[in-house]
Structure formats: structure tokens, C-alpha cells
Design a protein around this ligand. Structure first.
Ligand SMILES: [Zn+2]
Length: 460
């Protein structure tokens, strides 16, 4: 199959942008890439898809996702983090059934595909969401998914006095064993599109001894670990109480850093931490929309990038963002980082697009497979429809997409050589059925949770 007549942002080592370009896909791979005219002459027999002068770029990689939170989007707007968590998010999530977890993951996958995300890292998939159902949905969606299964043995959060909602509590032994069972069953499934990771809770939810066990088991199996770190300033208080200089140091002490680790947030980190993150090859997921919404701070990504840390982008969850549209978040990555430094030049559009593609692929251990458009890599790419007022004129396709595009500008999505969306119609999931099911289920979850949610204004 040939995708012809496109402006191709290759993200190759020379960062070439190809005008009037074409990509040749055979089976799952990119087998050729070049000028449309030459490609068509070279492969006259191949089926052609006309991209109408639109932009092709690598599929985006979201490195911090909570699939179970798609169905509770907007459930805790304008609340402080502890009320947000203790009174809404955990109460609702703790009332889920396996079927709710599956329906929410389907909604999440649908939204990610429709906004150009082709690979994702799930963090903290709890027992009650049903691992198997979520893995099945991700396989059906055609996406690449690293799924971090929750591990925990304490029902608290940091040094907070509040206790976790009972429906969310798991014991250490079960959560470890079920992660290993899920790993044996699903890791490498769908021709390698599925990975199973450890997704332990933050300090306060896991004893230091259990962290040691997680890191040892992960090393033995080559498993990834993803964990929230330094999201809130209280993480530092916890680290200090454990005799560590910082939350990053605490993670290092318990084997949670390294090239198979992704730390989400890293807002409250300093120069010493960045050195450690860079030296250990630990990846960082920057979540600017979530951090801004919960007012937890601005991650110092300029400093991290300067120190050589691999910084990537995450949307986080439905109650903290409130979307899984990575394109919408790309501009925020640049805006808030520049605002923090008081300098509009430090995190430019090119850096943001690298974070959303190449850096994300590297964090998930898929840098040889995805993240750029090069011969030999898997065909993971998206076509952005540039025929729109808000994308006109487009002097520079990179900055136009980073600063002006929306997820809904994505027209076509190809993952592993499979067209999963074309003309905005998702071909692998039943969009209508998923929306109907979610609309039915979210009210039932709120009812079971004993919560009445709705507008704060009189609704008549
Ligand atoms: Zn999160």
C-alpha cells in the first residue's frame, strides 16, 4: 500500500521533512519512503491512498495513561488533590466491576486513536478493573500498549491521615502474584504490541520492602516499572522521613530507576535529581495538563532536557486533564515550561514533537519499532488534515501542528501496518456501541458509589 501526496515529518536522525512524499507499507513495515512521483513509478502495482497534500507524522506515544479514568472524566473538577482523590476518584474507581474497567478502556482507546495516539503506557491498572478485559480491548484496538499493573500493600497516600476507599485496597502478595500471572499470559501478545509492566502505587501506598521485591522481579524478567514520582511536594516529605534527599533518591534506593523505568510527573525535582535520572537512563513523563489542573506545579523539563533526561508526554486521566488528546497537550508542554523559565525559546515545537514521538518510543523500549518514519520500522503513523482555518497558513508544519492542531484534525491512523481509522471512522472498534455502553455504565457506577454528580449551577 502506498500513502502518497503528503508532507512527511519523518523524525529520522536528520529530521527531514519530505514534501510531495509517499510511504510504502508492506505487511506491518515501512519498506520505502520518498518522493511520490518516484515511488509510484517504482511500485506501479501497489494500491494507493491519496493523502491530498496533508501531513503524515509518526503515531504519538502517551507515556502516562489511566484507562479506567476515561469513564469518570470530569467527576472531580475544581477540587483540591486530596478531595479529588479521596472523595471522588477512588470512590468511583473503587465501585467498578470488570465490565466497567473494560468499557472505560475501550472509551479511552477510542479517544486516543481519534486524536493520533498509537502507543500508550497505562499506569496503576487495579485488580478490580479486570486486567484480561483491558488487554483484550487494547489488542482489538490495534494499539501498542504497555500495561502497568498496580502493586500496593498500604491503604494510604503519602503521609496523609486519610485512608483509601475500601474498594481500592489490595494486598501486597496478591497484587504481586497477579502482575506476574498477567505478565506470563499477556506480555508479548499480539505480535509484541502488548507489554506488561509493574505499576506500583506511590510511597505511602507501598512499603519500602515491597518496592525492593518489585524491582528485583522486574529486573529478573526485563519488565518495565512505571510510578508517579514527585508529583506533589509532599512526596519530598515522605522521602525525607525515609532518610532520603529526595523522592528520586528514594526511588533509586529501592531499585526503581533505570532504562526500563518511567517516572510520571517529576514536578518537584532539582538539578541533583536530573543528574541521577540522566545517569540511570530513567525516563520522565511530563503531564502539564494534569499538573496545571490539579495545581501541583510545573515540571522543570527545560532543566531535565539540558541534563540529558529522556522527557516524554503523558495525558494522565479523565478527572485530571480531562482528555486523552495528546495533540491538545503538546502546546501546553511548551507553554508552561517556557513560562516557568520566563523564556519563550527554551522548549520549542521541535522538542515537543520529539517528546511525543521518539522519546516516548524510547521510554517504552520500542525505539527500534516506532517513533519515526524510516525504512525497517513498523508502519505507525497518522495523517493530519491540514485543510482547516485554524491550520492555515502553515509556514512550518511542525509548529503549526504543535501549537494549532487539535486531536480531531487527525484523519487517518495506521498502526503496525493496519489502518485503524480512515476519514475519522474507527475501523477496529464500534464507536457507537462503546459510547452507548459508557453512557449506561457511568451512572450506575456513581449510584453504587453513592455520589450525585452534575452541574453546580441549577439545572432545570
Ligand atoms: Zn497519574
Amino acid at each position: 500500500m502506498i500513502f502518497e501526496n503528503a508532507t512527511i515529518i519523518t523524525m529520522n536522525p536528520r529530521r527531514e521533512i519530505l514534501t510531495h512524499g509517499a510511504i510504502v507499507v508492506a505487511e506491518k513495515e515501512i519498506v520505502d519512503i520518498g518522493k511520490s512521483k518516484e515511488i509510484i513509478e517504482k511500485y506501479p502495482e501497489k494500491q494507493r491512498i491519496n493523502c491530498n497534500g496533508n501531513v503524515i507524522l509518526p503515531g504519538l506515544v502517551d507515556t502516562h495513561v489511566h484507562t479506567a479514568q476515561a469513564m469518570i472524566r470530569g467527576c472531580a473538577d475544581d477540587l483540591g488533590l486530596l478531595d479529588w482523590l479521596f472523595k471522588r476518584v477512588w470512590v468511583l474507581q473503587g465501585s467498578y466491576t470488570y465490565e466497567d474497567g473494560r468499557a472505560s478502556a475501550a472509551l479511552c482507546a477510542l479517544e486516543m486513536i481519534k486524536s493520533g495516539t498509537t502507543s500508550m503506557l497505562e499506569c496503576m491498572l487495579a485488580e478490580r478493573y479486570g486486567f484480561d478485559g483491558v488487554a483484550e480491548v487494547m489488542i482489538q484496538s490495534g494499539m501498542r500498549a504497555a500495561i502497568g499493573k498496580i502493586v500496593m500493600d498500604l491503604p494510604s497516600y503519602g503521609k496523609s491521615e486519610n485512608q483509601m476507599f475500601p474498594g481500592m485496597v489490595e494486598d501486597g502478595e496478591t497484587s504481586i502474584q497477579n502482575t506476574l500471572i498477567a505478565f506470563d499470559k499477556w506480555n508479548g501478545a499480539a505480535d509484541g504490541r502488548i507489554q506488561v509492566w509493574f505499576g506500583p502505587r506511590t510511597p505511602g501506598g507501598v512499603t519500602p520492602e515491597l518496592y525492593d521485591r518489585i524491582s528485583q522481579l522486574a529486573r529478573e524478567r526485563g519488565m518495565g516499572i512505571t510510578i508517579h514520582n514527585s508529583e506533589v511536594i509532599e512526596d519530598q516529605d515522605y522521602a525525607h522521613s525515609e532518610g532520603c534527599r529526595s523522592a528520586v533518591d528514594f526511588a533509586g534506593l529501592h531499585g526503581l530507576l533505570g532504562p526500563r523505568s518511567v517516572l510520571a510527573h517529576c514536578v518537584w525535582t532539582d538539578e541533583e535529581d536530573w543528574k541521577v535520572l540522566a545517569q540511570t537512563g530513567t525516563h520522565v513523563s511530563n503531564n502539564p495538563a494534569s499538573n496545571a489542573k490539579t495545581a501541583t506545579g510545573i515540571a522543570p523539563i527545560h532543566g531535565m532536557l539540558q541534563a540529558g533526561v529522556n522527557v516524554t508526554i503523558g495525558c494522565d486521566g479523565g478527572p485530571s486533564n480531562n482528555t486523552y488528546d495528546l495533540i491538545r497537550d503538546m502546546r501546553l508542554v511548551s507553554y508552561v515550561a517556557n513560562l516557568r523559565e520566563g523564556d519563550p525559546t527554551v522548549v520549542p515545537a521541535e522538542s515537543v514533537l520529539e517528546m511525543a514521538t521518539l522519546n516516548g518510543a524510547k521510554a517504552l523500549g520500542w525505539e527500534d519499532i516506532t517513533g519515526s518514519l524510516e525504512v525497517g520500522k513498523r508502519a505507525d503513523f497518522i495523517v493530519i488534515n491540514m485543510d482547516a482555518p485554524h491550520l492555515t497558513p502553515a509556514w512550518d508544519p511542525v509548529s503549526t501542528i504543535v501549537y494549532a492542531a487539535h486531536g480531531s484534525d487527525v484523519d487517518t491512523v495506521v498502526i503496525d501496518g493496519q489502518i485503524v481509522m480512515q476519514g475519522r471512522k474507527v475501523l477496529v472498534l464500534d464507536e457507537k456501541a462503546i459510547l452507548e455502553e459508557v453512557n449506561r455504565r457511568y451512572r450506575q457506577v456513581a449510584k453504587r458509589a453513592g455520589l450525585k454528580l452534575g452541574s453546580r449551577w441549577p439545572t432545570i
